[in-house]
Design a protein around this ligand. Structure first.
Ligand code: ACO
Length: 325
């Protein structure tokens, strides 16, 4: 018997307001053509005035909870992956726990920027595998619109707001093979020596203000392609599988060209890649659970499908997970 963390249900929340490339043309010196060609992004969602990361996390978390058929009191712990918390403290997770009436148990935020959800899958899986929790609520929620410099055309066209969530549950029916449902392996990395190619120029211990995103796009792009291909090869090797066995590639949604490069490296066609970047932009830690929730809702991802999840973000951080849905 092998204990596996199975994704029981997904939830998503996107703010109503759509910011199109045409809207951005009126704000900065850019064009729809440039944004689409360089990033694949056509529009992104922006939180309403006063709408917070907690609000979005609660909505996505509630949807996942409702779909799982469980009550808040059935959930042993909550992790919110975010770099845009409402406050320096308490955590977004503590507020979500209260709002959804979750059981008194662990509630904390995890900050690994765009790799946050992959890190979160790994941490939640450890809670479940070690028997510390039977069910975990894992949320990715971001309000990047608050840390984007809306005068900087090199970054403001790329990001959006939203939240996605999954309920993970212990399943004891696993045989210890890749045919098991649940999280099969996770692979996490960071290289802090590359912190300066993508960062926010503020924080509580420096400027005392939240600051804005600063990015050397080309360098991040190069790193994303390099580290993603490395970690994906590791997933295949570790699980003794080939890329033909993967049903869906579910990458962090930063740039369509990074997604295409990853698919090409794996010899997978783009119709096996889950893509939302065109409509959501980069929602950092929320992008993977948002994309998963959408693909499940559309009936594309089905129970039993093998998903290869991968992400790279500031830190640099990167990682991957192999999950049988
Ligand atoms: N509109 C028009 N022109 C622009 C814009 C814009 N919005 N932004 C930049 N340009 C110009 C630049 O000034 C430059 O002009 P120049 O040649 O005269 O100097 C030209 O367009 C090319 O700019 P590059 O930065 O070289 O364009 P590139 O093809 O590298 O694309 C991009 C930029 C989209 C940012 C890409 O590098 C990228 O996606 N990088 C990776 C981002 C990423 O993956 N982030 C993931 C992690 S995010 C996180 O963790 C928070």
């Amino acid at each position: 018997m092998t204990v596996r963390s199975v994704i029981k249900a997904c939830g998503a929340y996107l703010p109503e307001k759509i910011l199109t490339n045409a809207d951005l043309e009126k704000m900065v010196d850019t064009s729809d053509e440039w944004i689409v060609q360089r990033s694949g992004i056509r529009e992104r969602r922006i939180a309403a005035e006063g709408e917070t990361t907690v609000d979005m996390a609660v909505k996505a978390g509630q949807e996942a909870l409702t779909r799982s058929g469980y009550e808040g009191s059935d959930i042993d712990g909550v992790i919110v992956c975010t770099s845009t918390p409402n406050h320096t403290f308490p955590s977004v997770a503590a507020e979500v726990q209260a709002a959804l009436n979750l059981r008194i148990g662990p509630a904390f935020d995890l900050q690994a920027v765009c790799s946050g959800f992959v890190y979160g899958l790994s941490v939640a899986d450890m809670f479940i595998k070690t028997g510390q929790a039977r069910r975990m609520l894992l949320i990715g929620a971001e309000k990047f619109s608050s840390i984007v410099d809306w005068n900087d055309r090199t970054t403001c066209v790329l990001f959006g707001d939203g939240a996605g969530a999954v309920v993970l549950e212990a399943d004891e029916s696993g045989q210890g093979t890749v045919d098991d449902r649940g999280i099969l392996s996770t692979h996490l990395y960071a290289d802090g020596t590359q912190k300066d190619i993508l960062y926010v120029n503020g924080g509580p211990a420096t400027t005392g203000e939240s600051g804005h995103i600063v990015m050397e796009g080309k360098e991040v792009f190069r790193s994303a392609v390099k580290y993603m291909s490395g970690v994906v090869a590791e997933v295949l090797e570790c699980n003794q599988i080939t890329s033909e066995q993967i049903d869906w590639l579910l990458p962090h949604q930063a740039n369509i060209r990074i997604l295409e490069a990853a698919a090409k490296k794996l010899g997978m066609s783009m119709d096996k890649v889950i893509v939302t970047v065109d409509r959501h932009g980069n929602t950092s830690a929320a992008s993977i659970p948002l994309a998963l929730a959408e693909a499940v809702e559309q009936g594309r991802v089905k129970q039993g499908d093998l998903l290869l999840i991968e992400a790279l973000g500031a830190g640099l951080t990167w990682g991957a997970a192999l999950v049988r849905f």
